[in-house]
Design a protein around this ligand. Sequence first.
Ligand code: DGY
Length: 326
Amino acid sequence: MSLKKLATVFVSRPCPPQGLERLRRHCNVVLNDSETNLTNEAFIKAIPGVDALFIFPPAPINKETLDIIGPQLKVIGTMSVGLDHIDLAECRKRGVKVGYTPDVLTDAVAELTVALTLATARRFEEGFQAVRSGTWGTRWENALWLTGKQISGSVIGIVGLGRIGFATAKRLAAFQPARIFYTGRSPKDYAKEIGAVFLTFEELLEVSDFVIATCSINETNKGLFGAEAFKKMKTSAIFINVTRGALVDQDALYEALSTNHISAAGLDVTTPEPLPPDHKLLTLKNFVLTPHLGSATSTTREAMCELTVDNILAGLNDLPLPSPAV
Ligand code: DGY
């Protein structure tokens, strides 16, 4: 693919080298190669005058940052399926194309979701700590020590049976749960493949042993998991969230976990990220946290990078993006 002029692309984080090399063959790449999170200030300093952006959440794209970049901006490639950091309406208004990376990360996120569900249900965190602190040897004398919950025979509730929710449900189906329920905006035909049945959000909360949030975040579902939702769940329920931290009211989650209103929670996403190490949730035994690892396999990150490069090169060449969000 050859460009009329050498366009400048700002890449906001280090990413897989092959994709980056391909971008370099066609564009002037300005890379923020610092491993630490790019501050808002540094981001704003780096973006004026660029023709394209290669970004990751939560780099904010809104009226203010679009004004700072300038009218020459043609395309934004976000290396994510989540689009909550981008004001898509504003991009559309200004004719800025936006590409994202769904599908290529579905398997990796589904695998992480299953892993987190098992780790939370089988109390891995407490187990690891017992191993390291030397309390393992004595506690096994009690046959109920670190007993958890199993998926076989349980009721699974998936909140959002989209790509990631369905891929997760398919994998969990292999563990032979008693039922799989799901909720969302509307019933899905493909749910029949795994015998999953549609319920309202409230119904799903009431009957599920595992409540697993895989829906994308939007203005209407921020704080969906608040005090009311946790009250509706079984006291034995396990809550998993792999989407965005904003879906959860973390004070309400702390309250629900510390008063045993629900049994345990496993999160891959929080507000903020990183969660401060002295955050009260991290004092709880029945809380498991992974640091937003959903798509973090090398195969998936490479595929995400390649697709982001494809989106950017297409946008710069006035071609349709292979994976457009706008
Ligand atoms: C995504 O792709 O949106 C992941 O959550 C990474 O942010």
